[in-house]
Design a binder for this molecule. Structure first.
Ligand code: PLP
Length: 400
């Protein structure tokens, strides 16, 4: 068996399916905001595995919850109740204001469940013509065929068609949504902040306009908060900034702090749409993932991480705005909410190259929307960590 980093990289080259573009090192462990590779190099993690590692790495509450649950009960299937899952359902409904939750294992699965919920809701009400979804250009909702159909970016869709049952409107254009609302529309699906599309917040007033349009046309309003949810923007849901409630919301990513879990939350009026046998998941809601998510939510509340995301988000926004001004020649803009923000580089800048140089200097970020360098750090990040990331980027931009 391969033991050192070089041998493992050779194993990757020979055996891993080559659908990703990993850099040439192997991560071995982490603590707080840092991760280390097998050769002992340390990296500041300001991406959190794409907005997943809510509590950073090795948080004692999360590791203890996982270890204790692993020793107690890992899996029973949904033929039976399990305790952490019921406690998690209670906590999620309390924090979110929703009444019902269905558990699955990823964001994509939560989206699939939400699309099925919408169709089946109208089917049961005898409105069988309602099966279309209005979604948005530049959105990302996942990679299975249903989630891909609602995704509004050619780079994810090309070659996988036919993808049907959806109409894409320009993000932020309420008049275009209104025009798309034919009687066959079951739901409007929206990311309040388009994450993969480039960390683009909906323009003010757009989400309330969608709520009004959906209500007037008798359609559902579905929120994808997979990237923006679980406190990242300073509120549990990004939707809350606009004072709007969706009929159902998909969560995943940050919910398990790194342990795979997805959730579909919905209002009581939708609780009959997926009766026994109509939808399910072998692993969804298993005790291990549930115990992890419960620990994440407990720490989120007890350590005030949402308030922290709001406060540090203001600091990060101010620093990135200043960076954009200083490097106007290379930076088009900076935007985002809370601890989900992006620096958008101008087209002449090699964004991937810059990301690599940052990484070589020991700072991890991810790309969003092609030219965007995305900050999505653990919510336990310190101001000094954010400053370190921005300072490194500043130094690299100076050298361009
Ligand atoms: N929806 C949004 C907004 C996302 O950002 C993602 C993942 O990046 C997904 C859905 C898909 O989630 P997953 O990769 O867990 O299936």
């Amino acid at each position: 068996m391969a033991t050192d980093q070089a041998a493992l990289l050779e194993a990757a080259r020979r055996h891993l399916y080559p659908n990703y573009r990993q850099p040439p090192f192997v991560l071995s462990h982490g603590r707080g905001l840092h991760v280390w590779d097998l050769e002992g190099r340390r990296y500041l993690d300001l991406c959190a595995g794409i907005a997943v590692s809510t509590l950073g790495h090795g948080h004692p509450r999360l590791t203890r919850a996982i270890a204790e649950q692993a020793g107690k009960l890992i899996h029973v299937s949904n033929y039976f109740f399990n305790e952490p899952n019921l406690r998690l359902a209670e906590a999620l409904c309390r924090l979110s204001g929703f009444e019902r939750v269905f558990f699955c294992n990823s964001g994509t699965e939560a989206i699939e469940a939400m699309l099925k919920l919408a169709r089946r809701h109208f089917f049961d009400r005898g409105e069988r013509e309602r099966h279309q979804v209005v979604a948005f250009e530049n959105s990302f909702h996942g990679r299975t065929l249903g989630a891909l159909a609602v995704t509004g970016q050619a780079k994810y869709r090309d070659g996988f068609g036919p993808l049907s049952g959806v109409r894409h409107a320009p993000f932020g254009d309420a008049a275009a949504v209104e025009r798309a609302m034919t009687p066959d529309v079951a739901a409007i699906l929206v990311e309040p902040i388009q994450g993969e599309g480039g960390v683009t917040p909906a323009p003010p007033g757009f989400i309330p306009a969608l709520r009004e349009i959906a209500d007037r046309h008798g359609a559902l309003l579905l929120a994808d908060e997979i990237q923006s949810g679980v406190g990242r923007t300073g509120r549990f849901f990004a939707f809350e900034h606009e004072g709007v409630r969706a009929d159902a919301t998909a969560l995943a990513k940050g919910l398990g702090g790194g342990v795979p879990i997805g959730a579909l939350l919905c209002r009581e009026m939708l609780s009959g749409a997926l009766p026994p046998g109509s939808h399910g998941s072998t692993f969804g809601g298993n005790p291990l993932a549930s115990a992890a998510a419960l620990a994440v939510l407990e720490v989120l509340e007890s350590e005030g991480l949402m308030e922290r995301a709001a406060r540090l988000g203001r600091h990060l926004a101010a620093r990135l705005a200043a960076l954009a001004e200083t490097h106007e020649r290379h930076v088009a803009t900076a935007r985002g909410v809370g601890l989900l923000q992006v620096v958008v580089l101008r087209d002449h800048v090699d964004a991937r190259g810059l990301l690599e140089r940052l990484r070589e200097g020991g700072v991890l970020l991810t790309l969003a929307g092609g030219q965007g360098l995305r900050f999505s750090p653990p919510l336990v990040v310190e101001q000094a960590d954010l400053d370190e990331g921005v300072d490194r980027l500043d130094a690299l931009l100076k050298g361009l």
